[in-house]
Design a protein around this ligand. Structure first.
Ligand code: ASP
Length: 329
């Protein structure tokens, strides 16, 4: 199904939670949250379905969440038709496809890469930063150098068809300092969070960021605490949407800390969204979305605008779920 169709469906499903006060029972009625019995995976957007299937192959055999999330988001990174994740992504306004990713496990170990060019699986480079170095984050040419030392293969970017679109965009946007168009149609990260059979959490987040962003721009996705956060005592959260706004409130960390204080995943995501709304006078195109799972297997999400959905995988379910939201587009 096309994302625009999801926006419409999201608007219908979400209307329930807008019209009525957001009590737990209303949310269940709108089927935006639930409880998993056993392992669970949540991933942002429609591309999360295929990613969840790959991750589930590891979880159903009793494997670790960290291996599942890496395997899962690699599927999205490998999809050359995906224009917002991996080497099929759209470039920045100078024509460079720059990739951001991070990963975090149940021991709060984490790894991240940002502004990485020409490497097909940034999530695995992030994992190598976590596993093989004393650092958390490598960026730009340093991240690339490390990836090559670790034996990652290079890839030529942008892809020819993506370059064509970019050249057209350049023709239409002659002024180099034009504000890159940022809207809900031209970006889509995959953020995946999972709990394994042992009750342990991990998460992964990977993106090419906003199409035609300024060269050097890094969003929330590779920032531990913004695009992703895991605390095995509490749960996990991830984000998609306007990275700058998510960074401003340390979004995913905020969601996990609110769950520590007793908020349900949906309430925690809703409070993070409320903080974003309260800190921005202009909400034009300011879509921000959060997903979370707590230690008991409760899960939920919340977004500024309608249209956000996520892929859910448990022993009994494998489906897209429309998020609760604050307002309609
Ligand atoms: N959060 C990403 C970024 O700001 C984009 C997205 O999730 O759509 O780069």
């Amino acid at each position: 199904m096309k994302r625009r169709t999801f926006f419409k469906l999201g608007a219908i499903a979400g209307a329930l939670s807008v019209i009525k006060p957001l009590s737990a029972s209303n949310l269940l009625e709108a089927s935006t949250e639930g409880i998993a019995d056993g392992p669970i995976i949540l991933s942002t957007w429609n591309h999360g379905l295929a990613a969840n299937s790959a991750a589930w192959e590891i979880l159903e055999k009793g494997g670790k969440a960290i291996d599942a999330v890496e395997r899962g988001v690699r599927v999205t990174e490998a999809d050359l038709t995906n224009r917002s994740v991996g080497i099929g992504g759209r470039p920045d306004r100078d024509g460079h496809v720059t990739l951001d990713a991070c990963i975090m496990d149940e021991q709060s170990r984490c790894g991240s890469v940002a502004f990485l060019e020409g490497i097909a699986h940034p999530i695995s480079v992030a994992r190598a930063v976590m596993d093989k170095t004393q650092h958390v984050m490598l960026v730009g040419s340093g991240a690339k150098k490390f990836a090559l030392e670790m034996g990652f293969k290079t890839a030529k970017t942008p892809l020819p068809e993506v370059k064509k679109d970019y050249e057209q965009w350049r023709k239409e946007n002659k002024n180099l300092f034009v504000k890159p168009e940022i809207n809900h149609e031209n970006h889509d990260t995959i953020g995946m969070i999972a709990m394994d059979a042992n009750g342990d959490f991990s998460g992964a987040c990977t993106t090419s960021g906003w199409a035609y962003k300024m060269h050097g721009r890094v969003g929330d996705s590779p920032i531990i605490g913004a695009g992703l956060f895991v605390d095995n005592e509490v749960g996990a959260a991830t984000a998609t949407g306007m990275g700058e706004a998510i960074i401003r409130i340390a979004g995913s960390h905020t969601v996990v800390e609110l769950m520590r204080q007793g908020y349900t995943p949906t309430e925690a995501c809703k409070e993070a969204v409320r903080r974003i709304i309260s800190k921005h006078k202009d909400l034009t195109n300011l879509q921000c979305c959060f997903l979370a799972i707590d230690k008991k297997g409760n899960y939920g999400s919340y977004s500024v605008y309608s249209g956000f959905n996520y892929a859910l995988k448990t022993k009994t379910e494998d489906k897209m779920v429309d998020s609760a939201f604050d307002r309609n587009w």
